[in-house]
Design a protein around this ligand. Structure first.
Ligand SMILES: C[S@@+](CC[C@H](N)C(=O)[O-])C[C@H]1O[C@@H](n2cnc3c(N)ncnc32)[C@H](O)[C@@H]1O
Length: 248
């Protein structure tokens, strides 16, 4: 799987992929990341990549010609998706990441300033992607987020694919709480169930904790599809209230 990033700040990517899981994946050749300087595709006298907006207004806009030329040069296959990073785009999430990992090549265009000429959106890109409802100064941090999240779905990048399967969102729920040594820390004890060696009980406890946490922090994730899970959660909450009332 290969990622191609088009940016006016290629140096921003020098360190960010030089550690951890992504570094190992690069070393093993499981993924490849190519960073392209947009200025290398600007062929006018001043190698200009931006200009003032027609109609007036603040800031600068990235010109269409270098972006079109860059994509046309870099794209290996007509089916490789090309995404413009943009706060106006389709929201990037777990499923989007999983789906992108199926391609051999994904091209990411990083905007800057006021954004890019609209003709890039009209006639070049597959879609616009946003990493959230806020505005960054440029698309580079968003490209890093996308590459990191997509790479986790590339086979063998994460040592145990099992762990990806149980991560938050994989089944529409948040992950269960994790504990490690020491068993007691500042009077906080690790739940007893984790020491019983009863895997069925542990699984049930983890499922319950996942549901509780999702219900508390992200109730929106408990869609109609998980109605039975919702009922399960309702039951847990009723049980809990009952227990609290009993203890008062
Ligand atoms: C200052 S922003 C431009 C914002 C644009 N004028 C608007 O209001 O939609 C500069 C660049 O940062 C990137 N960017 C900003 N916020 C982003 C987000 N939430 N997701 C992805 N990219 C983002 C885009 O590439 C964008 O072209």
């Amino acid at each position: 799987m290969r990622f191609d990033i088009i940016t006016i700040f290629p140096e921003m990517f020098q360190k960010i992929f030089s550690g951890g899981v992504i570094k190992r994946a690069l070393e093993k050749g499981l993924i490849d990341i190519k960073v392209h300087n947009l200025r290398d595709f600007a062929f006018d006298k001043h190698r200009q990549v931006d200009d003032r907006p027609f109609g007036g207004g603040q800031g600068m806009v990235l010109k269409p010609e270098p972006i079109f030329l860059a994509v046309e040069k870099i794209r290996n296959d007509e089916s490789s998706p090309v995404y413009l990073l943009s706060p106006q785009g389709r929201r990037f999430d777990f499923r989007f990441a999983e789906n992108l990992a199926k391609y051999n090549q994904v091209i990411l265009i990083c905007g800057r300033y006021e954004g890019v000429d609209e003709r890039v959106i009209q006639d070049l890109v597959t879609d616009e992607i946003s990493i959230g409802d806020y505005v960054l100064t440029g698309g580079e941090p968003a490209a890093v987020v996308i590459i990191d999240a997509v790479s986790r779905f590339v086979p063998h990048v994460v040592g145990k694919m099992e762990s990806v399967k149980y991560d938050s969102f994989s089944e529409g729920l948040l992950d269960f709480p994790q504990y490690t040594r020491p068993r007691v820390y500042r009077e906080m004890e690790v739940p007893q169930v984790l020491f019983l060696g009863d895997h069925k009980k542990i699984e049930c406890w983890r499922r319950r904790k996942s549901l509780e946490k999702t219900g508390r922090l992200r109730p929106d994730l408990l869609s109609a599809k998980e109605l039975s899970e919702k009922n399960f959660l309702g039951k847990i909450q009723t049980e809990k209230k009952g227990m609290n009332n009993e203890s008062h």
